[in-house]
Write a protein that binds this ligand. Structure first.
Ligand code: SAH
Ligand code: SF4
Ligand code: F3S
Length: 442
């Protein structure tokens, strides 16, 4: 029997920015009749959306590409595309086609919206297409988007980053900050509500500088208050906040607006003021702790999560102790902990006092212990409470149970009916595990 529709497989590494880009690539492909498959071997088109924030993200891409060689030999019609942040690095696109000559399409983050054009070119001309743009184009609105969830959605409010933290490659691969217009954001959210979505997460590398590039200017707090007015919206979250830009008016907006959830992701990176300066983070340990205190005062039961890097060049035992003491003081609900990874082209890569691997690993383990301790303690506080839970789907490990999240982002598993997916229900928390909660619907 002749196969009538084509299948695509997409794998995404990295942050929500890449996930959202992949949802757009999927949206474009579906519009042209492609169907998504989760089995690589069944695919006529394979896309790898890459990340380069740390070295291990890159190594995964190489491994996965190498493994496709055999599949391409068996099926020469298979089209392989590689895109995303890693392709924006100087010389990377050329290196990829040299190392993996069977790759058909290479493109970057700035021209992802032209993907269908590249796909057609490959099909018509039979030659590979390698196109990466140094500079970002203006924001392209109206691309179709095929979202992973029917319950919660990411809405990007701004692209790029201007902060140039000295360890970080993101500003080089995602370009300068540019904000979407308020009307475009509102319209996207209204459309999502009409489709039944309950939770929106506003995305940007530094959402607190939203609107500075718009005319007329609008602040992030004003945007939040505008969004809160949208009829039918239940929950709004956002990430990421840069501590230097998280202003009191944003804290007040969260405290006062009904839809804004009691959850803040507030990357600290280090607890040492000396290192924060070397990282170009523009705040001190004391300023960060003061900010956390103001947040806790204004927003009862708020959950705070963070990102922390260990082993940044020049990190002494004393610097690391400052990080541990900060983590103990803040009592994070959760944290993404990272071992510093050298990135070519960033100032920190040029710093001479790089830290020994064994020291980095030892510090990493000690930090994780502190974080796990506070995360378990925070979860324990939920025992006996009744929480509003948005049901996202069936539990991963036990399909007879439901899985959802509290307004503070805690994962809750409980017995219930699959037809309730997408609904908000009250759940009594009966038991806290280290990384999730167990409850009963009331
Ligand atoms: N814009 C966000 C997220 C950036 S990337 C922010 O500013 O928080 C996500 C996290 O990766 C960062 O917060 C940082 O903790 C980590 N990261 C970035 N570059 C890194 C590097 N070179 N080595 C290790 N971790 C890094
Ligand atoms: Fe990277 Fe810093 Fe920008 Fe975050 S704020 S993306 S860590 S440069
Ligand atoms: Fe990675 Fe790009 Fe995000 S480098 S962390 S996918 S912005």
């Amino acid at each position: 029997m002749k196969k009538t529709s084509k299948n695509f497989f997409i794998e995404t590494w990295g942050c929500q920015m890449n996930e959202e880009d992949s949802e757009k690539l999927s949206g474009m492909l579906r519009k042209t009749g492609y169907k998504r498959t989760t089995v690589k071997e069944f695919a006529d088109l394979i896309i790898f959306n890459t990340c380069c924030v740390r070295e291990n993200a890159e190594l995964k891409v190489y491994g996965n590409l190498g493994a496709l060689k055999k599949q391409k030999e068996k099926n020469p019609d298979l089209i392989i595309a590689v895109c995303g942040c890693m392709m924006q690095q100087e010389g990377m696109a050329e290196a990829i086609v040299k190392k993996f000559p069977f790759v058909d399409i290479v493109f970057g983050t700035h021209n992802a919206y032209k993907f269908l054009e590249y796909l057609n070119r490959v099909k018509q001309e039979g030659k590979s297409v390698v196109e990466v743009q140094d500079k970002e184009d203006g924001i392209v609105e109206g691309l179709p988007i095929d979202r992973e969830s029917d319950v919660k959605a990411f809405v990007t409010i701004m692209y790029g980053c201007n902060n140039f933290c000295t360890y970080c490659i993101v500003p080089y691969v995602r370009g300068r900050e540019r904000s979407r217009k308020l009307e475009d954001i509102k319209k996207e959210i209204e459309d999502l509500i009409a489709k039944g979505y309950k939770e929106i997460t506003l995305l940007g590398q530094n959402v607190n500088s939203y609107g500075k590039d718009l005319d007329p200017k609008i602040t992030f707090a004003e945007l939040l208050r505008e969004i809160d007015k949208i009829e039918g919206l239940e929950r709004v979250k956002f990430m990421t906040s840069h501590p230097k830009d998280l202003t009191q008016d944003v804290i007040d907006a969260i405290a006062e607006c009904k839809t804004l959830c009691e959850y803040i992701h507030l990357p600290v990176q280090s607890g040492s003021t000396r290192l924060l300066k070397k990282m170009n983070r523009s705040y001190t340990k004391e300023q960060y702790l003061d900010l956390v205190q103001r947040i806790r005062k204004a927003i009862p039961n708020v959950a705070i999560s963070t990102d922390i890097i260990v082993g940044f060049p020049g990190e002494t035992d004393e610097d690391f102790e400052e990080t541990l003491s900060l983590a103990r003081e803040v009592q994070y609900d959760s944290a993404f902990t990272f071992i510093y990874s050298r990135r070519k082209g960033t100032p920190a890569d040029e710093m001479e006092d790089q830290i020994d691997d064994a020291v980095k690993h030892d510090r990493f383990n000690r930090l994780v212990e502190v974080i796990n301790g506070s995360a378990a303690k925070k979860n324990k506080e939920y025992e006996g409470r009744i929480e509003e839970v948005l049901i996202e789907g069936l539990s991963k490990n036990d399909e007879t149970k439901l899985m959802g999240r509290t307004r503070t982002g805690k994962l809750v598993n409980f017995a219930g009916d699959g037809s309730n997916i997408g609904k908000l229900v009250n759940v009594k928390i009966t038991k806290a595990n280290s990384f999730s909660l167990i409850g009963e619907q009331v």
